[in-house]
Write a protein that binds this ligand. Sequence first.
Ligand code: NAD
Length: 355
Amino acid sequence: MRDFIYNAHPARVILASGALARLPEEVRRLGLERVMVLTTKEQRQSGDEVASLLGPACAALFPGAVMHTPVAVTEEAMRVVADRSIDGIVSLGGGSTIGLGKAIALRTDLPQIVVPTTYAGSEVTPIIGETQDGIKSTQTTSKVLPEVVIYDVDLTLGLPASLSATSGMNAIAHAVEALYAKDGNPIIDMMAVEGVRALAGSLPRIVVDMGDREARAAAQYGAWLCGTCLGAVGMSLHHKLCHTLGGTFDLPHAETHTIVLPHALQYNAPAVPGAMAALAGALDNADPARALYDLAGTLGAPRALRDLGMPESGIDRATDLALSNPYWNPRPLEREALRACIAAAWAGEPPARGA
Ligand code: NAD
């Protein structure tokens, strides 16, 4: 048994079909009387439904959440918080909406109830990324950790197959990197393996039948576990690379994660035999990096960064950037091998064994 430190994050998690109906009770349980419901303009209708479910306990609906949590949007929402004497936040949506709720909590310490509708996992992390003047900065603080999470499978039935696939692969990436985290521990390892197994088993069923409730519930369970991994231990090459690529070439978040994951795992493979064995079990495949590449193919998800609009000249730029900002990784960053890893992800080739 290896030595470890395990920090558990407090959270009340409710996972059930129809769980949204419990929202008014959860709002009362926290003693809230004037909550603001957050969502995106695309999910406005669901936001309206939640607002009417809450009745007088809903003092405002703000359907203005957008990707990357721009500070300007947060400031707009903060004016509503002040004008309407808001005493709590209900975030309904994916990582973008949850990010806005966290940004408000960071400034006000207001309690958050989160109803996630994707698999990105932000609802169970103390992490917040905010964008100002085109620069995204991330911080970790328990101030932004939501108090209550309500997983209702019914709200995910409309999540398009493509978004289900990439958001699920994004969640798997959290678990993969948790398995070789510097500050990893056996509790998180169990969650990671179970999370990968749940998502890898359910996502192919979801893209065939978006309304498969059993698969949807398994994916949500997996997303919770994988998000918990992200919130509990440090991430390395894969997440840092995706952050650099996304910021430098303005690439979409979940798609970038989906494409890079098999290659980042292959890069680290020689240094992490324990994680590779755990993933081989979870994916039921002796070659986990290849299995993740094949899974993305089965899901019809993008597999080449060039298809997202990254120029070929970006391979060298991304390599330079990845090397210029050193961070801990289980395998030291070696220019040639790292460039080969990024080049394979750019071209959409299978991860190169022995790279
Ligand atoms: P998203 O929240 O950006 O949602 C994408 C689109 O899908 C939005 O238009 C949204 O309204 C819509 N949508 C969401 N759920 C839907 C549903 N069930 N049916 C129909 N449409 C739906 O996507 P995401 O992948 O969940 O979040 C990505 C963002 O989250 C990124 O900015 C990323 O950095 C952040 N993130 C943060 C953390 C963290 O711990 N802080 C973790 C993961 C992701």
